[in-house]
Ligand binder design. Sequence first.
Ligand code: ZN
Length: 89
Amino acid sequence: MRANSRDWHLFLKQGRNARHMEEFKNKLANLFYGLTPDEAIDKKICIYCKKEVKDFKDEISMREYTISAFCQDCQEDENTGPFRKTNEA
Ligand SMILES: [Zn+2]
């Protein structure tokens, strides 16, 4: 199966509230990153760059970490992060 990371991040954001998607999401995360967001959060590392997670600049970024397990740097990265540079608020 092939999917680009942008599709994946959109899927992650949209699917996070659906309970039955949780398992599938974790399996996908395992495929892409080698661990699930929960595991990354548990270890306090970034799921993408695997670096130790330090401070976040605001509450939104911190909350995003609890969902996507992306560190501040990776969240801000236009290419890797879950936030696309679009008009969506
Ligand atoms: Zn990172």
